[in-house]
Design a protein around this ligand. Structure first.
Ligand code: ES4
Ligand code: ZN
Length: 326
């Protein structure tokens, strides 16, 4: 069987997917029209052509600007529903979905509008498409820790709809330690913890160390720079902390997919996984990300299965969902 068809047929588990990063240009136009907004582009092609990033900061500026069209509960529903249909078409059985409430509350869209729209799509996805999902709330690390804490408190009435918290956005000058109190409180509230340590960021290895030793995360998003620290690799393995890697995203914000690093960590027994990040911007959902690694490295069928097993192992899915993959 060719690797393409193995990838097509593999039941998939997605662990690193920003719902706002699934906003395709076509939907951007629909939402802009519905909300009476004028986009600074005339066509879908113009929008795609404007997606030229060389690093994380340049990507993030356009990314947050692009969310302006998301205003109503129905907008968030439509966004999440479109992703769930796409994921189902690629054989995703279970997905953990990040959302960035502060990217919306900071421009006047209430928290409950955001989460209710996404939640309604999750329920419809389960009923109509058979895809199971969990929701992870990310704090924006370039905002103050106090705003993250206020967002954490605001989430508590929706506690049952959220499985964990994460940390994303611009990493430079915003280390994990800045959010130690917020994450400690989140843990007390019963949330599981993950944080981004984006590829090739300043002080990446120190940020990974803080995640593991000071914050006590359950997982790390990206985290591939750990490859330069044998001690931290051992610590990841000892604690069973997995990495959610995103090869196509890496190739936009750094100097390549880091496929060789992913394979090296896989071979060293770290629980690495392959995921999408912001597919509408980077141009690849989970199948394309697996295919990108496959094309560079010629992974065996067994490697591809291991990647999905790892994902299920380190996922925060309930036991019955984990069993459905066996
Ligand atoms: C992100 Cl690539 C990346 N890095 C940090 N934060 C993010 N949020 C969405 N995509
Ligand atoms: Zn991410």
């Amino acid at each position: 069987m060719s690797s393409e068809s193995i990838i097509d047929r593999l039941p998939k588990c997605e662990l690193h997917l920003h719902i706002e990063g699934t906003l395709e240009p076509e939907l951007k136009f629909v939402l802009a029209k519905r909300n009476g907004l004028q986009l600074p582009y005339d066509t879908v092609e113009d929008i795609r052509a404007a997606y030229q990033f060389s690093d994380l900061t340049s990507f993030l500026v356009g990314y947050y600007d692009g969310m302006e069209v998301l205003r109503t509960e129905q907008d968030f529903y439509d966004l999440a529903w479109a992703y769930l249909e796409k994921a189902t078409s690629q054989g995703v059985l279970y997905a953990e979905i990040f959302f960035d409430p502060q990217a919306h509350t900071s421009r006047g869209v209430p928290f409950d509008i955001v989460i209710r729209g996404i939640r309604r799509a999750q329920l419809d996805g389960e009923r109509q498409l058979g895809i199971q999902t969990g929701l992870i709330m990310c704090f924006l690390r370039d905002f103050q820790a106090e705003y993250a804490m206020a967002t954490l408190l605001e989430s508590l009435p929706y506690r049952k709809w959220i499985i964990g918290v994460g940390l994303d956005s611009d990493e430079r000058g915003n280390p994990p330690s800045k959010f130690a109190r917020v994450f400690s409180r989140a843990r007390q509230e019963g949330y599981l913890l993950t944080m981004h340590c984006d590829v090739d960021q300043e002080n990446s290895v120190e940020h990974i160390r803080q995640c593991i030793e000071d914050i006590g995360v359950d997982r790390i998003d990206h985290g591939t720079n750990v490859v330069s620290s044998p001690e931290l690799i051992d610590e990841l393995k000892r604690r069973g902390i997995g990495l959610t890697c995103c090869p196509i995203s890496n190739s936009w914000v750094s100097d390549g997919t880091k496929s060789a690093v992913i394979k090296s960590l896989l071979d060293q027994g770290v629980k690495v996984t392959v995921n999408s990040d912001d597919p509408a911007y980077f141009g690849g959902y989970i199948a394309e990300n697996l295919a990108a690694v496959q094309a560079e490295l010629g992974l065996t069928a067994q490697d591809l299965v291991t990647l999905q097993r790892n994902a299920i192992d380190i996922s925060w899915a309930p036991p019955e969902v984990k069993h459905s993959f066996r």
